[in-house]
Design a protein around this ligand. Sequence first.
Ligand code: 7RM
Length: 664
Amino acid sequence: MSDNNGENVTENTNENPSSSIDTVMQETRLFPPTDSFLEGCEIGSLDAYEALYDRAKADPVAFWEDLARNELHWFEDFHTTLNWNVPNAEWFVGGKTNVSYNCLDRNLENNADKTAIIWEGEPGDVRTFTYRELHSEVSRLANAFKKAGVEQGDVVSIYMPMVPELAFAMLACARIGAVHSVIFAGFSAESIADRNNDASAKVQLTADGAYRRGKVLELKKIVDEALEKSPTVETCIVLARTDTAVEMREGRDLWWHDLLEQVDDDCPATPLDSEAPLFILYTSGSTGKPKGIKHTTAGYNLYAKKSFEWVFDIRDDDIFWCTADCGWITGHTYVAYGPLCAGATIVMFEGAPNYPAEDRFWELIEKHKITILYTAPTAIRAFIKWGDHHVDKHDLSSLRLLGTVGEGINPEAWMWYHHKIGGARCPIVDTWWQTETGGIMMSPLPGAIATKPGSCTKPLPGILPAILDDSGAPVRENQGGKLVLTHPWPGMLRGIWGDDERFQEAYWDMFPGLYLAGDNARCDEDGYYWIMGRIDDVINVSGHRLSTIEIESALVSHEKVAEAAAVGRKDDLKGQAIAVFVTLIDSEPSDELKQELRMHVRKEIGALAQPDDIRFTNALPKTRSGKIMRRLLKDIAEGNENLGDTTTLEDYTVLTQLRADDES
Ligand code: 7RM
């Protein structure tokens, strides 16, 4: 991205409608798949992708109808493919299916003895399960749930470590039509109670404890506190994981293993309506109380399966590792439902990337011969900071495909991932999607679409995006605007649990009939999409609207910078000034370096994007799933004392540190 003199920024903007966003980034590198990757690819050329995409676009409803009939098992066929009454979609109406059946029973036909799950615990213990074993584990657990009083339609709140039983529990709920609400085992008692109350959860699942970097986090204790304030929860089922002493309350708490002893593993999957709720997953959103995103049975299942197969070009002998926790949508769709429904072998990992040392991921890849790694940019930037010597210790030659999700990946981090982890032979799929979308919406199909570092490339078949200015008109090529989806898709959310008004307002009010994603994006001359950051995070400098990701990527392209966050702060003269927060790889902060970084950004993307304030920090505030919390940084940049809702923040000490830096 170095051959841009930055002066064209001003030219662009003169012809921009006021609500569009200026792009200052130029990335021209193109990476087609290698011949060896292409061997055996299901969708192995741009033509093949375009043919599929065009067919889906011509008649999306017929496209999904065909797939639903071919890919899912139906106890009863559906009669109507789509009922669409904005903003409410119903897919495959009249049909009866079961997600657990599609993931398990269906795989008994051809994959019974294939490994479904390779699980590694934080201490290094390994357990594996074939599809036959998984079927048995889940069926038995489903019977245990019934025994404990769980009925179809009940909400089961799950607060557990990343152990196989967490996946079993999700599938067991799906098997009997209970609705799971997985809460990441790092949230506070208060957050659990909020979510339990919002969903009227009836049963709580937890474990005695969870391993966290060699220590034990006492989950049951946290749950005990949460249940004091969760009056709807009648029963709590406790898994013994760490053998930590816990208090079991008579009449409420049951041991997981005791329940299992009382039941057998014969539990036929319940035929469920296509639109029966499958799960609720709470997303924080940047303001206000968490939204319970609702997903249902058939549409979500179909979308999880097809998006998984398309994006990861899955082969029978692949060993697929999605590093996300099941507490996030990525863990729902690409640890559990997508891969299992596709009959794939997954790796599930309980631990952290830096325990006992910073090479744990690479050790896992070498040990389990992982072929596909799907992780987050925030992790990749951490690996870069920790140093290449951790990677060099391990043989990563089993890898054939890499993926990222969660944030934009800065081209510099992309190049490191490509060379250092992928040995320059593995395509990288940069996947754009949301909790709300259920599955990946835009991503390279790795055999068909040459990649560009920093671009999520093109929409999946059946997905119809557009980029609009505030008046609802499409923006021109390479102009940033609001990303929308113009046609419903099977994996889309079916609302916010108990809050129809908020559902309508958050996603459907701005452009009637179109789904507002809340991200800005541009589409380039080759039809490639580039995500530019959240709508609320746009920085407006003297009437030029700039993207956070582009400024951050310019900073990260400096050899000394590990990570950067850019925010707009109030400025009397310019409207907003650009404040950036920077973590360094291993250099010492200095005024000279600040000046160097200013000049670097100026050279990379132009004078307009040159930061006004630069602060060095040891760490950036992140959500528990690793996204930079720019909203908090904006408050800090503006000197605000009250930082609003910080409950989703991963590490509070970061804030104290940043404030202290501020005062010095
Ligand atoms: C899967 C997930 C959704 C938000 C989304 C974006 C950002 C996610 C990318 C990305 C740029 C990407 N669900 N985001 N993936 N931005 N490139 N490949 O993360 O609900 O937790 O977050 O994350 O802002 O709207 S989520």
